[in-house]
Design a protein around this ligand. Structure first.
Ligand SMILES: [Zn+2]
Length: 162
């Protein structure tokens, strides 16, 4: 899947889940992590596209932290990166399932850059717009999450520079 579609799908899933800006940011960050194999020169869609890596790397700090902002962020980085891998599994190239360097698994639904991935992105954008326009829960939930995030940032800055 193309980067733009990875970002849209992950941010959209977070928004549909009723998450706030921290979660959406985490989901977008996670959505691009697996493709760091390309600049790092690691064989494409091997270890960086192995879902347990993200479940452990971000699931552990998610369980360990008591800070609500970091708690949300780590959870959504994990979800965003696992979604990236799930999205790549729709393409014929596939992703490793159990052995990071073993045989790749694919649902063989589309090819990378195919029309279907753009249609999935478009469908998610339409769903998010409709939910925010039609259901007051979404705008209210987003507003509350933003207020909570600002309160935590304010108290953090007060601790650093009273
Ligand atoms: Zn990828």
């Amino acid at each position: 899947m193309k980067h733009i579609n990875h970002r849209i799908v992950s941010a959209g899933v977070a928004a549909i889940a009723g998450a706030g800006p921290v979660a959406i940011l985490g989901a977008v960050a996670g959505s691009v992590l697996p493709d760091f194999d390309i600049p790092l020169g690691i064989p494409h869609r091997t270890i960086t596209h192995w879902w347990p890596l993200y479940a452990i790397a971000f699931g552990a700090p998610w369980l360990a932290t008591t800070n609500p902002i970091l708690h949300q962020f780590f959870l959504w980085v994990a979800i965003g990166s696992v979604l990236h891998i799930l999205e790549d599994s729709l393409t014929v190239g596939g992703v490793p399932l159990l052995n990071p360097f073993g045989k790749k698994f694919s649902f063989k639904v589309t090819r990378t850059g195919g029309i279907l991935e753009y249609l999935i992105s478009l469908g998610i954008v339409v769903a998010v717009v409709l939910l925010f326009l039609k259901d007051p829960y979404y705008s209210q939930s987003f507003k509350e999450s933003t207020v909570m995030m600002m309160e935590h940032l304010r108290s953090l800055f007060r601790t650093i520079a009273p």
